[in-house]
Design a protein around this ligand. Sequence first.
Ligand SMILES: *Cc1c(COP(=O)(O)O)cnc(C)c1O
Length: 370
Amino acid sequence: MAEIPYVRLNADYGEIRADVIAAVDRVFGKGDFILGEAVERFEQAAARPCGVAHVVALNSGTDALILGMKALGIGPGDEVITQPNSFVASAAAIVHIGATPVFADVLPDQNIDPDQVAAAVTPRTKAIMAVHLTGRCAQMDRLRAIADRHRVLLIEDAAQAFGSKYRGVDAGALGDLGCFSAHPLKNLNAAGDGGFATTNDAAVAERIRRLRNHGLVDRNTVSEWGYASRLDTLQAEVLLIRLQGLSSVIERRRANAARYQGLLASAPVFCPPDRPEEFNTFHTFVIQVDRRDELRTHLLENKIGAAIHYPVPLHLQPAAAHLGYKAGAFPVTERQAQRILSLPIHQHLAEADIVRVAECISAFYGAARS
Ligand SMILES: *Cc1c(COP(=O)(O)O)cnc(C)c1O
């Protein structure tokens, strides 16, 4: 029985090897290691699929959140509303700029619930940060209406959603700031850490550019205390190579998801249905099931990798104790944390792999019923 791993990050090296080696040669040949010419080319190339005027390349998606929110003037005394079921970086970035994360519960599709957001707004709210979890966009039209009504900013944590769309608008162009990660596990992935911020506001882009390079406005003048958060030239070269193949990666992942949805239709498995207003890029394919841990063990015994994103909600993490939330505060998130399982969805799966995963799941529940 062949293994079906959760990811296969080396599987396409053969395809891109010549381009990677040429890029390494270019970068070393020029000695142009940080913020080189390829970084600017990447920023320009990424602006179109994100539907924005400005892309600023950074060290990570986490830094896109931190520097982006700083550039928007968010800081101590401000509250930022976000969801408790995200990757830790969403909340950590809010804490690192001196603001307070305020959590709002999520919908069955794992994205933030606009009604819960509206209920969480206070006079100190400065921004709403929606995470496009799994690659599916949050309900940005309703969130925009809430943000406008309360005159607060709308931020996209789009780390999992490069290429996704909502009502025809690209992730990254749906808020006042878009934050993307190019971590190796993301659909658009570097050969290490990387990230970028998107905005249509030239002044915000300029300030992020300054913050990423120590706050320097010229060689010897520091306008504000900044950071070392520049994208390596080599990573920009890798991202330019990846961008060329990205639409086929996304199509493969979408086709894999559609296959799973068909094959699992009669199994006791909840997959959030695709809505016509969404274009989902399936960073992850998450099912919600009873007896999740037993199912995961069963899959692993059958050499099928499966992951949990994420098993411990942020408000229940030890680091969040100072925020004062208790178990039970976010029932939808907490129930999902017991039930979610991410199946292999990567672009290197064969159709037979997906059939085997689906059959393995159906057999698990079929056996349980008899
Ligand atoms: C990956 C991720 C981040 C952080 O990105 P890094 O590049 O790893 O810093 C932030 N938010 C979400 C939702 C993510 O999935």
